[in-house]
Design a protein around this ligand. Structure first.
Ligand code: COA
Length: 165
């Protein structure tokens, strides 16, 4: 591909770039649902900072620029919840989203003992659902967030897919 995008653990210094990037990336989802109050758009910078400190957060970098991000945390039932996967619109469709997802899955297993992965996608977000199914996720149910957007819940067991970053 010739693109030198690297994936690494996010540091405190990345929080502001992640905050701005997610605001940009999730505009398309907001437009799709006609809802500009979805979580990635209303999350505060302080809350992003807290997640970077506590959760498994990865960034994709092109030089100094953060061009992608994902977060994950292990929940009470042992499943890791993965979310806010985003890639800068100008760099989408080159596999960076899939690489971020793989990095988060591997770290969640190796560092936090995750047994399963869980994520959610808006019910009309065909591209996102396609990406998740391609890497092994299956629909396990539906949910509705505070913002009212119906979501599809997908899961996969931590297994062969997650052993390499
Ligand atoms: C969802 C998102 C993170 C995906 O990131 P991405 O980097 O584009 O993801 P990938 O490149 O791994 O996969 C996307 C597509 O590119 C294709 N692709 C991957 N590598 C490729 C390559 N080297 N050459 C050409 N196409 C490629 C994939 O097959 C996939 O195609 P599909 O949509 O037909 O299934 C990105 O679209 C985004 O930020 N969206 C807005 C925020 C959002 O909705 N986040 C998810 C919330 S659930």
């Amino acid at each position: 591909m010739g693109m030198s995008v690297t994936i690494s653990v996010a540091t405190e210094q990345d929080a502001e770039q992640i905050f701005r990037l997610q605001y940009l990336c999730f505009q398309s989802e907001a437009a799709l649902y006609g809802n500009y109050r979805i979580d990635p758009l209303i999350q505060s910078l302080d809350s992003v900072r807290e997640e970077v400190a506590a959760d498994c957060v990865f960034v994709a970098r092109l030089g100094e620029e953060v061009v992608g991000s994902v977060r994950g945390r292990v929940t009470e039932d042992g499943a890791a919840s993965i979310g806010k996967l985003c890639v800068h619109p100008r760099l989408q469709g080159h596999g960076i989203g899939a690489r971020l997802l793989r990095a988060a899955e591997a770290a969640l297993v190796e560092e936090r003992g995750a047994k399963r992965f869980r994520l959610q996608a808006g019910h009309r977000s065909e591209g996102n659902l396609r990406l998740y199914r391609r890497v092994g996720y299956e629909t396990v149910g539906t949910s509705q967030g505070d913002d009212g957007v119906p979501m599809i819940v997908l899961e996969k067991p931590a297994g062969v897919y997650a052993t390499t970053a």
